[in-house]
Design a protein around this ligand. Structure first.
Ligand code: GLV
Length: 321
């Protein structure tokens, strides 16, 4: 059988590719910490049957028009807003993502970010490093409680449910808003389905885990932040474009909400000069939701399994939609 050509848009460990060397001819962008330049991507995809790409690569009409032999795009992420799925469909190109393998790891990070923001962990660490700890005092770096508070999860998919399980362990009251109701989650986790408005007004922690779509683009806008409690903490671990960053900045600065923990931004990477970094009540992370070594390896493996299974004629393992 002729080997299929696969282009990988970032350097990934050779050991992970080893089991597939007989089936595929791989070529790869050889840098680990830098995305493939657009013109290189456009040139490289011309003769390939498959692409293994990252969320930093825009796989759009232009790419599909160049990649005349393309059959499958394996995205190393659960979110796939970087791929024009309609354009793929029109050309019968299959798109796969990496659900399940990252659920628990991403839920861990989301909850860690929530806790770090509520209890001012980063600020407290900086405080000692700056040698400002002169004495103990009753309200030194006092933050917000997490246990027995109300969490409002926007986007009750797999990761939302995994965050809800963690919240249940903390005795939290769980509200959620989702496109559809999740009856099992309601039973298992005592989660209550509410409208977006009600969630915003009642939650102590508003946690965004919804995929980015045309419906969720900037759902967290000025009006949404205005509806939140003044004591509310906003956490975003989905995609930056679900929020209006300027409106968030203004709400935080004006004390309309208390704090924010962000793993994602409208345009990534952000620079140190980003206005949100000026604020002490914001914890920012460089989009590391699924970043444990084991999970990142499992995401790469799932991409490769999708390619392998598809080109052996057994169908993709985790196609989107
Ligand atoms: C990361 O953000 C992902 O979608 O997997």
């Amino acid at each position: 059988m002729e080997k299929q050509h696969i282009y990988i848009t970032r350097k990934i460990p050779n050991e992970l590719l080893q089991p597939y060397q007989e089936q595929f001819h791989f070529s790869m962008w050889e840098k680990e910490s830098e995305p493939v330049p657009r013109e290189v991507l456009l040139e490289k995809v011309e003769h390939v049957a498959g692409i293994l790409c990252l969320l930093t690569d825009q796989i759009d009409e232009e790419v599909f028009n160049k990649a005349k032999h393309l059959q499958l795009v394996a995205n190393m992420a659960v979110g796939y807003d970087n791929i024009d799925v309609e354009a793929a469909k029109a050309r019968q190109v299959v798109v796969t993502n990496t659900p399940d393998v990252l659920t628990e790891t991403t839920a861990d990070l989301t909850f860690a970010l929530l806790m770090a923001t509520a209890r001012r962990i980063v600020e407290a660490n900086e405080f000692i490093k700056k040698d400002e700890w002169k004495d103990w005092s009753p309200f030194l770096l006092a933050g917000s409680d997490i246990h027995h508070q109300t969490i409002g999860i926007v986007g009750m998919g797999r990761i939302g449910e995994a965050v809800a399980r963690r919240a249940k362990g903390f005795g939290m009251n769980i509200l959620y808003y989702n496109r559809s109701r999740k009856m099992e989650a309601e039973q298992e986790l005592d989660a209550t389905y509410v409208s977006f408005e009600k969630l915003l007004t009642e939650a102590d922690f508003v946690v965004c885990l919804t995929p980015l779509t045309s419906d969720t683009h900037q759902i967290f806008n000025k009006q949404a932040f205005e509806k939140m409690k003044q004591s509310a903490i906003f956490i975003n671990a989905s995609r930056g474009m679900t929020m209006d960053e300027q409106a968030l900045y203004e709400a935080l600065k004006a004390g309309e909400i208390k704090a924010a923990g962000l793993d994602v931004f409208a345009t990534e990477p952000i620079r140190a000069s980003h206005p949100l970094l000026e604020l002490d009540n914001v914890v920012c992370l460089p989009h590391i939701g699924s970043a444990s070594v084991a999970t990142r390896e499992n995401m790469i493996k799932l991409c490769l399994e999708n390619l392998s299974s598809y080109f052996k004629g057994h169908g993709a393992k985790t196609p989107v939609e």
